[in-house]
Design a protein around this ligand. Sequence first.
Ligand code: ADP
Length: 495
Amino acid sequence: MRRIYNYLNPLNYLGIRKYSVRFPILFSLLVVFLSEYYSYNIAHDPLAVGKYIIFINAASVIYFSFRNAIKGGLITTFIAILYYLYIIYTRNYEGNALISGIFTTVYLGILFSFIAVSIGFLKQTIDKLIDNEADEKKRLQTIIDQLPVGIIVTDMKGKITHANNQIKKLLGKEINKDLKSEIYTTPEATISGKVIKADEWPLLYTLNTGKSFYKKEILLENENGQNFFLHISSSIIKNKAEMPVAAATIYEDVTVQKEIENRKDDFINMASHELKTPITSIKLYTDSLYSNLRKTLDSKNLKSLKSIRYQTEQLQNLVYDLLDVSKIQTGKLNFEKIKFNLRDLISDAVSEIQKTTQKHKIVFKGKSRRIYVMADKFRIYQVITNILTNAVKYSPDGGNILVRLKIINGKTEVSVEDTGIGIDRDKQSKIFDKLYQVSDPKEKTFPGLGMGLYISKEIIKKHKGKIWVTSKKNKGSTFFFSLPVDKQKKLEEKN
Ligand code: ADP
């Protein structure tokens, strides 16, 4: 029964652009046959078919032009007109009746054809639109399937409209499009060791709040017990009228990168600890040699000793940086906060770094202010000297370096402005990442490992402060950091 209904329902043929005329022909012939049978065998009157047949034919033309397009409508019209002519011929119409019969047939022929063409054309246009959309969907699905990341697209109610093969691999199961919540809520998924609740899943969060996620890191144990580190991003898709119509989530498998990163961290950890003791001894012995032999050595040997001492110091700094990175990694970077005057600390750092260069003039503006902060003095000094060292290092042609100290919105703000090589806009956010160095050929000539700013950022973050940069390539950079001022006493005193 259902099959017959499906076969007859013209809506089931929308979007299918194959137009057969077999059924319209068979049906029209059946109508002709039954009409003839009725006229002669049941009504016993050759004229009995009368007006009814016109209604039946009109209905058939409408039905078949909607079901089988122009072709279906026209073939039904054609058979109907042939039958009318057959009636005129076999019922021996004469005189006025014959003229009116032919006139009616021509009139109905035109009317039926018009109906067939207009409804058929409408149907064909709808089919084309549906077909194009299906094509577009298919193309999109093929592209999505080829992507190396997992993708889920849902409507605004959370019902899945697209999902690719990668997502099945990551979740370890087929995605049931009707079980919308099931795929978002895998109880084994964690962020930094914390199990994620259903509404914390990026896609659900985005659907509920309209907010986007970018590369949220999640550890997922899938149905097959496999562990994946995923970066999940999700956002709302809007239509032309800027109305939200769908949401998309991208699952990026970063397990391999994560493993490499972990191995790199382990190596840094091990190397820095192994190097710390010997380098400290070398430094101590060199210092002691230097103070013992400073006055007795001839100038050539003294120069060599000074050079050994300087290089040892550089090496020691490098090892300390490595140790700091490994401490950050393991959450062991500790701070001893005391209250101190930031102005004096900056002054010290400025004169210390000024000693290392003659090409640059470091100018400290803000000396008239005493600003107290509650912070780890040694670590803040490390941040300032790192930024100042960079300003010197990355201004190879020399020039002025301006250091400012201000209070803005209840926070101290320190800035260091140089006129050096500058940093491309797209790299500005990355320079605070671990071991990141701008890698264009010009920059490659500068020594360094890309640890200083990463350590500085962590230090400032742990002091509830902020660190950032503004820069223009080939014009210079200004590095800023802000810290909360100590609120217990006077915030700012004028000298
Ligand atoms: P590095 O040891 O390489 O100097 P940092 O973490 O201190 O490491 O800096 C990271 C990168 O940021 C550097 O490699 C450099 O490309 C860029 N950078 C830092 N400070 C400056 C500056 N003042 N001017 C231009 N580029 C800078």
